[in-house]
Write a protein that binds this ligand. Structure first.
Ligand SMILES: Cc1cc2nc3c(=O)[nH]c(=O)nc-3n(C[C@H](O)[C@H](O)[C@H](O)COP(=O)(O)OP(=O)(O)OC[C@H]3O[C@@H](n4cnc5c(N)ncnc54)[C@H](O)[C@@H]3O)c2cc1C
Length: 422
């Protein structure tokens, strides 16, 4: 693998056959997460495809010319032609392999794969999920000099990273952008010395053997596991939802609200998330219709008062969506009045759904005792029904799911483990 500058671009990339070029930056956690994967793949595919890196800040002009808008970005070239595939952000090893394999013949790609050597590493504690719960456990364990690895399918930070503003995390007088709070939490844990394996594919979780396989070939063993995998948004299961997910139906205001400047939006839901995110979306959208199944919102009173004072937002209580259809640029949401059964069509530019969450437990749900909603049962030390398996944060059975409660759970599990190891 070679570090190049824009002056060498023609020789090292355009005139060099098959090339993958990594535009990276300093102070860039996703770039740090990519670096070992890029190096590993350079060793594996290096005979067939050239791997080069370029420091984006010092080669800005070329980066812009090539359409690079964020770091890291991987660009692929074949005989001087830039391929349409581009990867950026939390790049997974499997996504790179998919493109590299397509640049080679099937036989050659197979042969290269046959050279992959499985690896095994061992830690005292393995934390699955690097949201506030996992990161806090990681920090406490690290400060107790306990050898800890954090594994996440995405970049560290969890749901806080996509929350536009957090105003109730103690210690900050002004509301904090969610991504900043999660960035600081992650940096603090990493600086302490915890090992991160993030933006990886979790291939298998074996709680009996206390091992997790990532990216197919990397086995990570530990004496104890903390599950901190949080929750994911519930889907409505309404016709059209699956087809339009990410194409007009969104579950993340921070990610997508900015695309609805001066546009009309429908929001489904009436709890804290729906009401708080509606306020944020109204900074962009010109009109919002909130559809909620009950006759009143269940969000906290302060958030509701703010919402009712917002002239851009109107409400449709006791209504539920029945279908979503795209007509040209518009999304048609058919809603049913739960009292009269009458159906009407709402025309909007996009739909946001905030109707609660479900625990991320699919990889180990049969092993652990769960409550009737599928959340993991723990004792007061955050220990689950399985020996040396702990669980913290939103994934556990409890009444209130907040950053502060996830952080508290992470603290408890880590201290309990540290005391045991003492
Ligand atoms: C829109 C919205 C706004 C919110 N606003 C606030 C607020 O203002 N204040 C507040 O206190 N709380 C807020 N919350 C709640 C808060 O974000 C959560 O309570 C908190 O993030 C829970 O932390 P956690 O670590 O348990 O889980 P998460 O933050 O969900 O993190 C879980 C992590 O596990 C990873 N993961 C999932 N599955 C796997 C797997 N199989 N293997 C490895 N990793 C996996 C995920 O990628 C994620 O990084 C909000 C939530 C939402 C959805």
């Amino acid at each position: 693998m070679k570090e190049i500058t824009s002056a060498e671009f023609d020789k090292e990339v355009i005139q060099s056959g098959k090339v993958v070029l990594d535009f990276y930056s300093s102070e860039c956690p996703p770039c740090e997460a990519l670096a070992p994967k890029f190096e590993g793949l350079a060793n594996l595919y290096g005979k067939d495809i050239k791997f080069v890196k370029m420091f984006r800040q010092q080669n800005k002009e070329l980066a812009e010319k090539l359409g690079v808008k964020s770091s890291p970005t991987l660009l692929f070239f074949d005989n001087g032609n830039q391929l349409s595939n581009t990867l950026s952000g939390g790049i997974k090893r499997s996504d790179i392999i998919y493109i590299l394999d397509n640049m080679l013949t099937t036989e050659r790609a197979k042969e290269i794969k046959s050279h992959i050597k499985p690896t095994v590493s061992e830690f005292d504690v393995l934390i699955l999920g690097a949201g506030p719960g996992g990161l806090t456990a990681g920090l406490y364990l690290c400060q107790s000099k306990i050898n800890t690895v954090l594994i996440d399918i995405a970049l560290p930070g969890g749901q806080v990273s996509t929350t536009h503003e957090v105003s109730n995390y103690p210690g900050f007088i002004n509301p904090q952008p969610g991504y900043m709070l999660s960035h600081n939490m992650s940096k603090q844990t990493k600086l302490c010395g915890s090992v991160y394996k993030v933006a990886v594919d979790v291939t298998k979780v074996d709680l009996d053997k206390k091992e997790v396989i990532i990216d197919e070939f990397e086995t990570i063993k530990a004496k104890r596991i903390i599950i901190a995998t949080g929750t994911s948004p519930n889907l409505m299961g309404v016709p059209g939802e699956k087809e339009l997910k990410g194409k007009g139906i969104s579950y993340c205001a921070t990610c997508d609200a900015k695309y609805y400047g001066d546009k009309e939006v429908v929001i489904i839901g009436g709890g804290n998330s729906a009401v708080e995110e509606a306020d944020f979306i109204s900074k962009f959208a010109s009109k919002i219709t909130m559809v909620h199944q009950f006759d009143a919102f269940t969000a906290n009173k302060q958030a509701q008062e703010k919402l009712f004072a917002n002239s851009k937002i109107s409400t449709l209580f006791e209504h539920e969506p029945r279908s979503f259809v795209r007509e040209g640029e518009k999304i048609i949401t058919e809603v049913e009045n739960l009292k009269t059964k009458e159906r009407t069509k709402l025309v909007s530019d996009g739909v946001f759904v905030f109707i609660g969450m479900k625990p991320n437990i699919s990889m180990f749900k049969d092993k652990l005792q769960l409550d009737k909603w599928g959340y993991i049962k723990t004792d007061e030390d955050m220990h689950t029904s399985m020996s040396e398996i702990y669980a913290v944060g939103d994934v556990i059975s409890k009444k209130y799911r907040q950053i502060t409660t996830a952080v508290a759970d992470g603290t408890i599990a880590a201290i309990a483990i540290a005391k045991k190891l003492d």
